[in-house]
Design a binder for this molecule. Structure first.
Ligand SMILES: [Zn+2]
Ligand SMILES: [Zn+2]
Length: 335
């Protein structure tokens, strides 16, 4: 049997610095095999930054990772979520219940929590965006069918006890962490910075491998917000980044720059694609990414491209017309 059994991913814990532990937790997503939670020493326990996703057996993975570094859920004194995506917030409810502690998170978490309260409405909303973007009926039907069977990855909706907005600080044995509001990837996104050690807990705002994702439809200009958040984080002079996925990395400024460059490249490709408009978004996406749409990438890439189109529209460089589907074309700047 052993030769046919696939190696099963399990939670793992490791010390990164004295008083900081990386808890690497498995994810069921193709292409994104793990996420990180970070435990930071605080008095007789730890602050837990992010929680991992909720699914059958997931709390056991977190407990296993904690156990490997001699910690237990009962040591958690506070849960801080960098944003409300399921892989960062999904297990907040059971951790709070076991640890008897508070949750701190940014108040703009509706982009995720609305879907927990009403998953059918959230799915209908995504389908409507896709339909308006010109996605044909048949793949949409298949997508809807596949999604209907999936849970949100969040154990239960918990309101934060404290809103993580600029000015709020989190105390730890390694010093005070300052909240930076960094929307773009998600409206609820924050980073936490410890200025004496120049350590940044970056969630999904900065990852070791550049990977752009924006929640579309909750704020006016996610791509623009992301660029502003990059400026904010780029000005910190952080020297170590603890991100939501992947290993810690040190060349923080280079990662900020690489993100800026990729956004600029994709904005440019979007502008080129609409120069020959009017066209529906579904036709523009493959030109922005240089690859055809597939069932696996369609939802992610479509919302990303819509964010670029919206960004250009706000800058007066794109306009839309029609509704069935919506069509996009470039606007030439007056000379
Ligand atoms: Zn995320
Ligand atoms: Zn994530």
């Amino acid at each position: 049997m052993a030769d046919v059994a696939r190696k099963r991913e399990v939670g793992r814990g490791e010390r990164v610095l004295p008083g900081i532990w990386r808890l690497r937790l498995p994810l069921p997503w193709p292409g994104v095999p793990h996420c990180n939670a970070w435990a930071v020493a605080a008095g007789d326990g730890v602050v837990l930054f992010d929680t991992g996703m909720h699914e059958p057996g997931s709390l056991g993975h977190l407990e296993r990772a904690l156990d490997q570094v001699n910690l237990r859920l009962e040591h958690v004194r506070l849960v801080v979520c960098t944003h409300a995506h399921s892989d960062h917030y999904g297990q907040a409810a059971p951790v709070l219940e076991r640890a008897g502690c508070e949750l701190w998170m940014h108040p703009n978490h509706e982009h995720m929590t609305a879907g927990v309260d009403d998953p059918q409405a959230a799915l209908a909303r995504r389908l409507e965006v896709a339909r308006q973007s010109g996605v044909p009926a048949e793949p949409l039907r298949r997508y809807a069918q596949a999604r209907r069977g999936q849970g949100p990855g969040i154990a239960a909706m918990v309101e934060p006890h404290r809103e993580l907005v600029e000015g709020v600080t989190v105390d730890s044995d390694l010093g005070t962490w300052h909240v930076l509001e960094t929307p773009g990837h998600a409206p609820s996104h924050v980073c936490l910075f410890q200025p004496d050690r120049r350590v940044l807990i970056s969630g999904d705002h900065l990852l070791g491998r550049v990977s752009l994702y924006y929640d579309y439809g909750w704020t006016p200009d996610p791509a623009g917000e992301f660029l502003a958040s990059l400026d904010k984080v780029g000005g910190l002079d952080a020297r170590l980044c603890l991100s939501g996925h992947g290993r810690p990395f040190t060349d923080v400024a280079a990662h900020v720059e690489a993100n800026r460059a990729l956004v600029a490249e994709r904005l440019n490709a979007t502008e080129q694609a609409i120069a020959s408009g009017p066209r529906p978004a579904v036709e523009i996406v493959p030109e922005v990414h240089g690859e055809p749409l597939s069932a696996g990438n369609a939802a992610w890439w479509l919302s990303e491209t819509l964010c670029y189109l919206t960004h250009l529209e706000r800058a007066g460089r794109a306009r839309r017309s029609g509704t069935e589907p919506e069509l996009w074309e470039g606007v030439t700047a007056p000379t």
